[in-house]
Write a protein that binds this ligand. Structure first.
Ligand code: GLN
Length: 272
């Protein structure tokens, strides 16, 4: 079979998916795929390609098939125990970098780290120490590998814990970042099957109004943030923004809401 036949073939998948599958199976860049349309795919690559197209047809996200996803110009390893890093989360990081404003010697926390994408980028961009926490033991393992791959393993620590449960009472952070589950019960029912059937429910589903885990975080936050510290939380709607803003303001933080590129409320930025 030739590359051209895969690209033009009727497989029920988008061209983007077919080209990505070719890149992965034949170990080519997109440019190489398009400049070798008449090349024959050898038997070994063809077997990988067919398995890959079949997986994608079943709804499996491409990132789980290839085992990786680009985020903030780095490549992160992913598997089904972690959420695939989303472009919206780059907004949280950009805001965190602005708030940190070049400060050094800070202790940063990535609460609910999943693949460790937020924490590893913060360590890489700022040189500060970052603690990654996740309730999932498998996720902590993925985050650790990603930290090594990004070259910041020595700046990072990894803890398997349900929020602050495993932390001694006197441990505090200068900056707390979190992308905890926030999908509501209603949203869960209409979520794309690619997401709902493959990505970890533990990382997405936040109960009736999506805020179950965030409410537990905000309740345990006083005493965990140094005075004058910063928090940044990723959320999914204006209603969630309003509710969490009210809770956090009661603890003395001043809160701003930052929208994503689709003008949806996406990040709560707080300053102590
Ligand atoms: N943005 C993700 C989604 O809509 C949800 C991420 C999360 O719950 N933290 O699939």
């Amino acid at each position: 079979m030739k590359i051209r036949q895969v690209i033009t073939g009727q497989t029920g998948l988008s061209r983007t998916d077919r080209v990505a599958a070719l890149c992965y199976a034949c170990n080519l860049t997109t440019e190489q795929v398009y400049s070798n349309l008449d090349a024959q795919i050898d038997d070994g690559d063809l077997a990988v390609l067919e398995a890959c197209l079949k997986d994608r047809m079943s709804g499996k996200p491409l990132a789980y098939i290839t085992g990786k996803r680009e985020f903030f110009s780095e490549t992160f390893m992913v598997n089904e125990s972690v959420l695939i890093p989303r472009p919206e989360t780059e907004i949280l990081i950009e805001e965190a970098l602005r708030q940190l404003n070049g400060r050094k010697g800070c202790a940063i926390l990535d609460m609910g780290c999943g693949s460790g994408a937020i924490g590893a980028i913060m360590a890489k961009e700022t040189g500060n120490r970052v603690t990654c926490v996740d309730i999932s033991y498998e996720a902590v393992g993925v985050a650790r590998k990603n930290a090594e791959a990004v070259g910041v393993g020595s700046l990072m620590e990894f803890v398997c814990s349900d929020l602050f449960e495993a932390f001694k009472p006197d441990i505090r952070f200068d900056m707390i970042l979190a992308n905890l589950p926030y999908v509501t019960h209603e949203e869960w029912k209409s979520l794309m099957t690619d997401v709902r059937d493959f990505e970890p429910r533990l990382a997405l589903y936040g109960g009736e109004d999506g805020l179950d885990v965030y409410r537990r975080l905000t309740a345990s936050m006083p005493g965990r943030l140094v005075p004058g510290g910063d928090i940044l939380l990723e959320i999914g709607s204006g209603r969630q923004a309003e509710e969490l803003k009210a809770v956090l303001e009661k603890t003395g933080l001043s809160i701003r809401v930052i929208n994503d590129y689709a003008m949806r409320e996406r990040v709560l930025a707080g300053h102590g």
